[in-house]
Design a protein around this ligand. Sequence first.
Ligand code: URA
Length: 434
Amino acid sequence: MNFVDIIRSKRDGRELSREEIDFLVQGISEGSMPDYQIAALAMAIYFQGMSERETADLTVAMAYSGEVADLSGIAGKTVDKHSTGGVGDKTTMIVLPLVAALGVPVAKMSGRGLGHTGGTIDKFESIPGFRVEMEHKSFIEQVNRIGAAVISQTGNLVPADKKLYAIRDVTATVESIPLIASSVMSKKLASGAEAILLDVKTGRGAFMKEKEEAIELARLMVKIGQRAGRQVRAVISNMDQPLGRMIGNALEVKEAIDTLKGKGPSDLEELCLVLASHMLILGEKETDFNRALNRVREVLAAGKGLDKFMELVKAQGGSIDLDDENYGLPEAQFKYPVIAERSGYIAGVDAYMIGYTAMHLGAGREKIGDSIDYAVGIELNQKTGDKVAKGDVLAFVHANHEEKGREAVKKVLHAYQIEDAIFQKKPLIFEVVE
Ligand code: URA
């Protein structure tokens, strides 16, 4: 067996055997397959696709290319949650304490953000003192003690995906359904949870621009998980405009706390309630969706989600001051308004453009290893469907650099589409795949 013959087979549209896939993944993780051959392989898969069996074999081979988390020491059925990447997506910070308060243990390993999408670990790290590194033993112990823990993915989790994803990122081969499915699911399998809830995003700010593609991706991920003996469900949600009103790490923590206080934006709260309800079912705490939804609503209204969030923050060394207007989170030096240049109805707020603008302000990374400014970001005052008059404030740019801030104001203005007539808004949640 050699790499060139296997790349040629895929280039010509043939199905690869499990042995060939294992050989490739071993070559990628050991470093014996050079980057140019990995790039050629990714492009061949991009054009020729992969069958469900090939994708499942690739996923399992990647999942076992490094360390695999052992969560057997956790009492109860562990449920993981994963979003395929969005703008303003702070749902993990809200959903995790809500379900933990209802007895579903969550041992969360999360990644850092790249490009226009944010990463959960960066958001948690914007809380002063919050530690995202922990010994495995302490991780398990914390989940058993308080029901939840969040850590950064260890360096040796799915090394084959790390290498392949980095090459896909610079060779225009990210947007391939089998490659995304195997990348996401390999990390989920290696993270060890028995059940997994996926939030598959679709729309302008997502990898999957079309709803049908997102559904195809979700179906494939659910099947791969089931083949590997895990229970998987996927919620398909809209990412045409950012989720909630805040984009940027500390700003998103602030909005997550507001939501746990029952004062969050309606779209964010709605998605969190739905995701938490599905996790309750996957965790076998409920069988009926409406009953699960009612229980999550009750926990939110009673402030138990906020209590659990504060317990989690404290357990991981973080400090939040609920009496402070900004909860003691980092704040940017400048706040620039973005002013509407015409009257009308907001027909869209381009999530991709907002995500990129936030990244350029310093809230995200253009490439792996870039540093982050936790305080900066964008605050949306108006969202799709809102009526605005010329001169109204559409948004605020939170910046620590004047020139970057002024540049961002122009881009945010451009991300707003204002029309004369009201139009039909798309739903926030399209469907559930299981
Ligand atoms: N997220 C991942 O982890 N992998 C992909 O390929 C795309 C999104």
